[in-house]
Ligand binder design. Structure first.
Ligand code: NAG
Ligand code: NAG
Ligand code: NAG
Ligand code: NAG
Ligand code: NAG
Ligand code: NAG
Ligand code: NAG
Length: 676
C-alpha cells in the first residue's frame, strides 16, 4: 500500500500541471530521459561522417590516431553515456572528455569537478577499458558526469574505429518520468531587451538549473576527492533521495544557503519539494552535540558556518510554508529548537549575535558582530516563531518573536549609516556589503520605506556593466547574493532598476558563448571571465566553476512573485496576494504554480477597451476556499469592472481589494498612467 502510494506520487498523478501554451517552447527540459547530441562542435583529424553521431543517425569512423570529435548536446545535460562500438581493430583505444563551457573542449581533459587546479586539467579523461570490445558500451556509474554540454570522443587507433548510437541517459530528477511535467509556468515579453523572450527563457533556465541539481542519493562527489586524472560521483548524499544539491557538475552536496534561492525556484517550477525535505532532514540528522548544524551535507560535511546553520532553520520554515507538512516539522522539532538555541547563545552584551562560525558563501570577513549574520539570525527568529505558533507552542513563539523585535531595533541602531544610506558590515568598518543590505530589505529589517529606497540606490553604486561587484568579495559577481539584491529592488519599488540588474547579470549569463546557455553559472569575475573565486578557494581554475547552480536562479521565483505579482502569504497558500510590479516596462505577464491546495494562476496586461481607452486587465484563478488580496497602484484607476459588475473608486482611494478563491476577471480604467 505504501509502495503504491509512493508510486502514484512519483508518477506525478495528483499534481496540477501547468496549462500548455507558447511558453512551453522555452522549457529547456528534454522530452526524453535519453538524449543525443544535436550538433557537431568540431572535428579534428581523419573522421568519416562525423555528423552521423548527431541524433544517433548512423556510423562514424575515426581513421587517424589522435583524431577527436566534439559533440554538442545543445543544453546542459548530466548522466551516463552509452555508445555502440561497431568495429575496433586490435590495439585501438577510445577516451571521453566532458565539459560545460565550450572554452574547455579538449581531447586531453574534461573541465574540473574533483578539485580546482590552476592547470585546469585535474579531472583528465575517461579511458574506455581496453581491449575495446565491439557492442554496446555503457559508462560505469561511478564515472557519472553530473553536468556537461559537450562530449569529446578521442580515438587512439591506427586503423579505423567505428562508433554509432551515442546517447546520454539523464540521471537527475530520477523520480520524474516526464522531465517537462512542470506545475508552474511563466510568460512575459520584454520589448526593451535584445531578445524579447529573455524573461521567459530566464524563468525556465532557472527551473531547469534546479532540476539538474536534483539528484539520486548515491551520486555525490567522493570525498576525499578522486586522485588527479579521475573523478568519482558515487558517494551517498544524505538520509534519502532524490535530494537537492548545489550544482550539477559539482559540488554535488547539500548546501542550505544555496537552497534559500533554489527552493523557491523549485516551488514555482516543478513543486518537487520531496528533494528539499530530504536535504533538510539530512542536515538535522547530522547535528553536532553542541547544536551546530553542518554547513554542507555528506560526504563533504563541512562544519563551522553560522550563516548556513541559519539557512537550514529558515529553509525548514520555507518548506513548511509551501507544503504544510507539519508532521515532518514535528519529527525534527527537538533538533530544530536545539539549533535555534545554538544561535541564541551567541548573542552577547551588545544585543547582537557574534559570528564565530565564519564559513559562508565565499565572502571575505563576516566574523564578529556582522550585519549579514545578524540579518539571518533575525529571519531565524521570525520564522521559528511562526513555526512554533503553527505547532501550538505559543510561549516559544512569543519568546522568539519578542527577541526578533529587539534585534530589529538593535540592528538599525548598530549598523545603519545615515550618510551612506546603507548598513555597515560590522561595528568597526565603513564597508557596506551587498549581502546584508539586500537581506535587510528582503527580511524586512528596515524600519522605513525610505531606507529601502536608499539601500536600492546604494546597492547600484556597486554595479559595473555585468552587475554588482560585492565590496565584501572584490572582482567577483555573485548571482547568488544578486538574487537577494534583485528582490530588494522590487520591494523598494525600483522596478526599472530591477530590470536593469536582470539584463546585466542574468542577460550576460544566459547568452554569453562561454556559458551553457540553458542553466545558470555559479559566479564569474567582474569582467565576465569564468575565473570565479580565483583568489578565494578555487586556485585560479576557471574550469572548476559550475555552470548549473540553483543558487543563481533567483529570477525564476522573483518574476513570479514580484513581476507577475502572485505569491502565497500563509501556509500552503490558504491566503495569497496578487501585487504585480507594473513599472518594469513589460506590457503583459502570465503565470502560475500549484500548492497542495490546488492551482494559482494569474495574467495581466495593458490593453485598449472597445472605445480605445487604456485599460489594465487582470485574470486571477485560485483554489476555492482560499483568500487573497489584490493590490494595485492607486494612481492608475478610477473605476473597474469586476466579474462583469462595474464599480467606482475614488482617485487615490483604496488600491486593495479582498478576493475569495475561484476565478475573477477585473478590468481597471487607467486615468493617470503610471509615472515612468
Ligand atoms: C565567443 O565569441 C567571441 C566573439 O565572437 C569569440 O571571439 C570567442 O572565440 C567565442 N568563444 C567561445 C568559447 O566560443
Ligand atoms: C594538474 O595539477 C594537479 C595538482 O593540482 C596535478 O595533480 C595534476 O597532475 C596536474 N595535471 C596535469 C595534466 O599536469
Ligand atoms: C542505442 O542506445 C540506446 C540507449 O543506450 C539503446 O537502448 C539502443 O538499444 C541502442 N540502439 C542500437 C541500435 O544499438
Ligand atoms: C536529532 O539529532 C540526533 C543527534 O543529536 C540524531 O541522532 C537524530 O537522528 C536527529 N533526529 C532527526 C529526526 O534528524
Ligand atoms: C569587519 O568588516 C570588515 C569589512 O568586511 C572586515 O575586514 C573585518 O574583518 C570585520 N571585522 C571582524 C571582527 O570580523
Ligand atoms: C515589517 O515590519 C514591520 C514592523 O517592524 C511591520 O509593521 C510590517 O508589517 C512588516 N512588513 C512586512 C511586509 O512583513
Ligand atoms: C578578467 O579578470 C581576471 C581576474 O581579475 C583576469 O585574470 C583576466 O585577465 C581578466 N580578463 C580580461 C580579458 O581582462
Amino acid at each position: 500500500m505504501i509502495l503504491l502510494a509512493s508510486l502514484l506520487f512519483y508518477a506525478g498523478l495528483g499534481r496540477c500541471l501547468a496549462p500548455s501554451g507558447d511558453w512551453d517552447k522555452f522549457n529547456f527540459a528534454p522530452s526524453s530521459r535519453i538524449v543525443t547530441p544535436v550538433a557537431i562542435h568540431s572535428s579534428h583529424g581523419q573522421i568519416t561522417n562525423p555528423e552521423n553521431l548527431v541524433e544517433a543517425r548512423g556510423q562514424t569512423t575515426f581513421s587517424s590516431s589522435g583524431s577527436w570529435l566534439a559533440l554538442d548536446f545543445g543544453i546542459e545535460v548530466g548522466g551516463l553515456i552509452s555508445l555502440n562500438i561497431d568495429s575496433a581493430p586490435a590495439g585501438s583505444a577510445l577516451a571521453l572528455s566532458f565539459t560545460e563551457s565550450s572554452q574547455f573542449i579538449r581531447p586531453t581533459s574534461s573541465d574540473d569537478s574533483s578539485f580546482p587546479s590552476e592547470n585546469t586539467t585535474y579531472d583528465g579523461i575517461l579511458q574506455v577499458q581496453t581491449p575495446l570490445k565491439t557492442g554496446l558500451w555503457e559508462q560505469p556509474s561511478a564515472s557519472l558526469r553530473g553536468g556537461f554540454r559537450y562530449l569529446t570522443l578521442v580515438s587512439n587507433s591506427k586503423s579505423a574505429l567505428t562508433l554509432s548510437n551515442v546517447t546520454c541517459t539523464i540521471s537527475f530528477m530520477p523520480h520524474f518520468p516526464d522531465l517537462r511535467a512542470y506545475t508552474g509556468y511563466f510568460s512575459a515579453k520584454h520589448p526593451a531587451f535584445h531578445d524579447e523572450d529573455f524573461l521567459t527563457k530566464l524563468w525556465y533556465a532557472g527551473g531547469y538549473t534546479v532540476q539538474t541539481n536534483t539528484v539520486p542519493l548515491n551520486t555525490g562527489r567522493q570525498v576525499p576527492f578522486a586522485h588527479a586524472g579521475t573523478w568519482a560521483n558515487n558517494a551517498a548524499l544524505g538520509v534519502a533521495g532524490p535530494i537537492i544539491v548545489d550544482g550539477a557538475k559539482r559540488d554535488r552536496a547539500v548546501w542550505p544557503g544555496d537552497m534559500g534561492i533554489a527552493v523557491p525556484t523549485q516551488f514555482v517550477s516543478t513543486n518537487d519539494l520531496i528533494s528539499t525535505r530530504n536535504a533538510l532532514a539530512t542536515m538535522f540528522a547530522h547535528i553536532n552535540p553542541n547544536g551546530a548544524l553542518p554547513e554542507s551535507g555528506p560526504p563533504l560535511s563541512q562544519q563551522g558556518s553560522d550563516t548556513y546553520h541559519a539557512w537550514t532553520l529558515i529553509g525548514t520554515h520555507n518548506y513548511h510554508h509551501l507544503t504544510g507538512d507539519k508532521e515532518w516539522v514535528q519529527s525534527v522539532w527537538s533538533n530544530f529548537t536545539k539549533a535555534v538555541t545554538f544561535l541564541e547563545q551567541k548573542v552577547d552584551e551588545t544585543g547582537l549575535i557574534d559570528i564565530t562560525g565564519l564559513r559562508d558563501w565565499a565572502r571575505l570577513g563576516g566574523g564578529g558582530h556582522n550585519s549579514e549574520g545578524n540579518a539571518l539570525f533575525y529571519e531565524v527568529l521570525v520564522t521559528a516563531s511562526d513555526l512554533a505558533a503553527q505547532l501550538d507552542d505559543i510561549q516559544q513563539a512569543n519568546r522568539w518573536s519578542s527577541k526578533a523585535i529587539s534585534l530589529k531595533q538593535r540592528f538599525n541602531d548598530a549598523f545603519w549609516d545615515e550618510d551612506a544610506g546603507q548598513y555597515k558590515d560590522n561595528l568597526t568598518t565603513t564597508l557596506h556589503p551587498q549581502d546584508a543590505n539586500s537581506l535587510a530589505v528582503v527580511f524586512n529589517l528596515t524600519d522605513s520605506h525610505e531606507k529601502n529606497r536608499r539601500i536600492s540606490e546604494g546597492l547600484q553604486t556597486n554595479w559595473n556593466d555585468l552587475g554588482p561587484v560585492p565590496p565584501e568579495l572584490p572582482d567577483t559577481i555573485s548571482p547568488f547574493i544578486s538574487g537577494f539584491e534583485l528582490q530588494a529592488h522590487f520591494i523598494a519599488g525600483e522596478d526599472k532598476r530591477a530590470m536593469d540588474l536582470l539584463e546585466r547579470t542574468w542577460g550576460y549569463m544566459l547568452y554569453t558563448n562561454i556559458s551553457v546557455q540553458s542553466t545558470l553559472l555559479e559566479g564569474f569575475t567582474a569582467n565576465g571571465s569564468l575565473s570565479y573565486r580565483y583568489y578565494r578557494g578555487y586556485n585560479n581554475d576557471p574550469a572548476y566553476t559550475s555552470h548549473s547552480h540553483g543558487w543563481s536562479s533567483g529570477p525564476t521565483s522573483i518574476l513570479t512573485f514580484y513581476l507577475l505579482g502572485l505569491t502565497v502569504t500563509s501556509t500552503r497558500g490558504q491566503t495569497w496576494s496578487f501585487a504585480p510590479h507594473l513599472g518594469t516596462g513589460v506590457p503583459a505577464a502570465e503565470g502560475g504554480f500549484e500548492t497542495p491546495l490546488g492551482r494559482y494562476d494569474a495574467a495581466w496586461s495593458f490593453d485598449k477597451d472597445a472605445n480605445g481607452n487604456d485599460v489594465f486587465n487582470v485574470r486571477i484563478s485560485t483554489p476555492q476556499g482560499t483568500q487573497g488580496i489584490v493590490k494595485l497602484p492607486s494612481n492608475m484607476m478610477a473605476s473597474y469592472v469586476r466579474d462583469g459588475e462595474s464599480k467606482n473608486v475614488l482617485l487615490g482611494g483604496p488600491a486593495e481589494m479582498e478576493v475569495t478563491g475561484g476565478r475573477h476577471d477585473i478590468s481597471w480604467n487607467i486615468v493617470t498612467p503610471l509615472v515612468e
